[in-house]
Design a protein around this ligand. Sequence first.
Ligand code: MN
Length: 242
Amino acid sequence: MQNRRQFIKSSGKASIAIATLPIISKMSPATSVMASEYQQQPLPYAYAALEPAIDALTMEIHYTKHAATYAKNLADACVAEKVDSTITSLTDLLKNISHYSPKMRNNAGGHYNHELFWQLMKPTPAKAPTGALAEAITKTFGSLDAFKTTFGDAAKARFGSGWAWLLVKSDGSLAVSSTPNQDNPLMDMAETKGTPIVGLDVWEHAYYLKYQNKRPDYINAWWNLVNWEFAQKKYAEAITKK
Ligand code: MN
């Protein structure tokens, strides 16, 4: 009898969905968490919840069109390139992304980045981080305001579409970087590699309806939405894993 992997290998794309179905129901909680990372999750607030900094129509189009498309194209690329989301975590896929197609790179990055971005914003958040993240930011950049300037400069200087990041490098230190398109610091070709803690989408689709060409105004308004509690959680996880 063929095992599942041999069956998938020998039976072509059309059979993969059918072959996968009975397996999903037998997944352990750990593997189902991994598989859900590949799917778009519900937005944690209403489209209008981040106004006035981000308007409801921008949020709705961003979530239901742009981000939803990355998730769908990621699923298609996983079928085409035989990535099993119950076996390979999204993080591990991104860390080896140079071995996959541009479609996989753009959409795995696009999906990961947006899922993180939604969580990193909330209506009326704390004004500043506390605890270990606050200490690390002060130690690295001098102050929270100095960090915001460095991060904002990276976001403004990104030519065309991309992201600005606060990340934890493999030695545990903090750094600011920016990446083009839907790349991120987890990717093996990233100039500055590490675990993203805070990310800002500076694609025009994220701000053009309200801010038009004024990216700096969008960046300044966005600081009022940063979910520092979530960033603190990401930082604690990154430091523990390193
Ligand atoms: Mn976006």
